[in-house]
Design a protein around this ligand. Structure first.
Ligand code: ADP
Ligand code: MG
Length: 212
């Protein structure tokens, strides 16, 4: 089970992970984009951080919806609408819930991924956050099918996310600003994939640190 308190902890943890990696994310985006990914994400998640106490007694769906609205209204660039959509779809998948089973968690992750796929119209292999989110969901699904608990499934998901992130390096970007570079986008890690990896990793950290 993932509790409402753990979801709040995860969002705070992700916000501070973004803050700590702001320069790194921006440097990755400087290589193949416009050097704003860390700035964009940090602006959005600083606002999320401020909003979280106001929804501390709400259900998980409402919390995630607030994150979505905050991101959509405060992050520019491609990543605002994409992360906004991820959180909006995730919120709908777990509407009204106070805790999440393995199956709920799978539905949350799948809904977020589907939202990004539909909103951004990119595919796996295009060198975007999808190259991290998609293998992570697949690994989580497989682990749940094998009756692993949420922590174990999340460990598999983060391992798959990390492999997916490394695989973005040799890819040529087909979507987003990096695609303007053509072959010159090859050899660099995708910034949005990197922030997506941090999102999943911070969730795992919170789940691992709490005794069930
Ligand atoms: P911008 O590209 O507008 O400057 P950011 O720098 O904040 O926005 O985010 C760039 C990241 O967004 C990329 O590294 C990539 O992972 C992701 N991205 C861009 N376009 C898409 C898309 N169509 N679908 C999924 N992810 C995308
Ligand atoms: Mg950018």
């Amino acid at each position: 089970m993932v509790t409402q308190a753990q979801i709040l902890q995860w969002l705070q943890a992700f916000a501070s992970e973004i803050e700590q990696n702001k320069t790194y994310l921006t440097e990755l985006d400087a290589a193949i984009g416009d050097a704003d990914h860390g700035i964009n994400m940090d602006r959005g998640f600083k606002k999320v951080s401020v909003q979280l106490p106001t929804v501390a007694d709400k259900d998980i769906g409402s919390i995630l919806k607030t994150v979505s609205m905050t991101l959509i209204s405060s992050i520019g660039g491609a990543s605002g609408p994409l992360y906004g959509t991820w959180f909006l779809r995730a919120s709908t998948a777990v509407a009204m819930k106070q805790e999440l089973t393995e199956q709920d968690m799978l539905e949350l992750l799948q809904a977020g991924l589907d939202g990004v796929l539909q909103r951004g119209k990119a595919q796996v292999g295009d060198k975007t956050m999808l190259d991290v989110l998609s293998p992570a969901v697949a690994a989580f699904r497989e682990a749940v099918r094998e009756n692993q608990n949420t922590v174990e499934a999340m460990q598999q998901a983060v391992a798959a996310a990390q492999r997916g992130l490394e695989e973005t390096i040799p890819m040529q970007a087909k979507k987003g600003r990096a695609s303007y570079l053509g072959q010159r986008s090859i050899g660099h890690q995708d910034p949005g994939g990197t922030s997506a990896y941090l999102m999943l990793k911070s969730l795992l950290k919170v789940l691992e640190s709490s005794v069930e």
